[in-house]
Design a binder for this molecule. Structure first.
Ligand code: SF4
Length: 341
């Protein structure tokens, strides 16, 4: 049974928009979910669904032409609750939180590391910024962290430049940097999509081991359900800027309710399947964020589309039980399915 003290971060009605000459791009329109303490939450969706913008919004690193226009990002601490959405993205408070309480691992480590400093120097800088310690102590902690992420010859590799390391080792070094201050929440945005399958399995195992060892929470963002199938406790499915289904991983794998989740599951191969006989890809493509369909944004691709209902109003979130939520008109009371808004 999950209580409120188990909640680490709570996202309520989050809307993040980008403004350009072409118009307003509504990357997040209504995102709601919780990350509990010591859980791995898998955040799934096709590209353009808003997974990465959700992460950027939590870290308050949304690119300059974007802005959080509504909603709350509540960080639950022992001494109270802080709304990160209200903080100045360049202010001292959020800078103290980034790296120390919430950290991020990106798809491509070279976006985080500068090529002109050694990985050790860059990790030491983070350690010294957030923890009161001298240079020698910071170096010792950096070497220890590199060892914990499985970097061979950590005492030597601490002085290596990022471009001299293999893709898998660079990713390990970035995980070491992200975890150097023992954050409560690690956001991993497609952490394995730039490495091959063997390294991918090692990195995922490493993250799961470190999560248990350091008692932290992980938000694992991916387009690939297979990446989170084994390791995550709960799954959040996103589609065009909205959360459409949330629940325990096992429930979503065996009893998915939202037609989009069902479509994602039927489009991945399963053990025992012959060839690609039973694979059923979701029809159509994700529409542009400049042309989000009215009503349920999934309706042009949905096999259960109900004319006059699904294309009229955005479905509300329905609690199927204490742990399982879905956003679809199929699971609402018929009396709530009115006409257009
Ligand atoms: Fe399909 Fe309608 Fe449910 Fe959207 S609301 S997923 S279109 S049945």
């Amino acid at each position: 049974m999950v209580t409120n003290t188990d909640v680490l971060i709570e996202i309520k009605g989050l809307r993040t928009h980008f403004f350009s000459r072409e118009g307003t791009l509504k990357a997040l329109e209504d995102v709601n979910f919780r990350v509990h303490r010591r859980e791995i939450l898998g955040v799934i969706g096709e590209s353009g669904c808003g997974k990465s913008v959700t992460a950027q919004s939590i870290m308050r690193i949304v690119p300059a032409n974007g802005r959080i226009v509504a909603g709350e990002i509540l960080l639950h601490r022992d001494d109270g609750v802080l709304d990160l959405a209200k903080l100045d993205p360049r202010g001292r408070e959020i800078r103290a939180i980034r790296g120390a309480e919430i950290s991020m691992v990106f798809q491509e480590p070279m976006t985080s590391f500068s090529p002109v400093y050694s990985v050790g120097n860059q990790i030491m800088e983070v350690v010294q910024l957030h923890q009161e310690c001298g240079k020698e102590e910071a170096r010792a902690r950096t070497i220890e962290m590199l060892r914990r992420v499985g970097m061979p010859k950590a005492e030597q590799q601490v002085d290596a430049y990022p471009f001299t390391l293999s893709g898998g080792m660079r990713q390990r070094a970035m995980i070491a940097m992200a975890l150097s201050c023992q954050p409560n929440l690690l956001i991993a945005d497609e952490p394995t999509s730039a490495v091959d399958v063997t390294i991918q399995a090692q990195i995922l195992e490493l993250l799961a081991d470190l999560q248990r060892e350091m008692h932290m929470s992980i938000m694992m963002i991916t387009h690939d359900l297979g990446v989170v199938a084994e390791s995550s406790d709960n799954l959040l499915i996103m589609y065009l800027g909205r959360n459409v289904e949330y629940g325990p991983t096992e429930t979503l794998f065996y009893e998915p309710k939202h037609p989009y989740t069902q479509g994602l599951l039927s489009s991945i191969p399963k053990l025992g399947m012959l060839g690609n006989r039973d694979l059923e890809p979701i029809t159509g493509a994700v529409p542009s964020l400049y042309e989000i369909p009215d009503g349920c944004a999934f309706h042009p691709r949905c096999p259960h589309f109900m004319k006059g209902v699904c294309d009229a109003k955005v479905p509300p979130l329905t609690d199927l039980d204490a742990t399982h939520t879905v956003r679809c008109w199929l699971y609402t009371d018929e009396s709530t399915r009115g006409g257009a808004e």
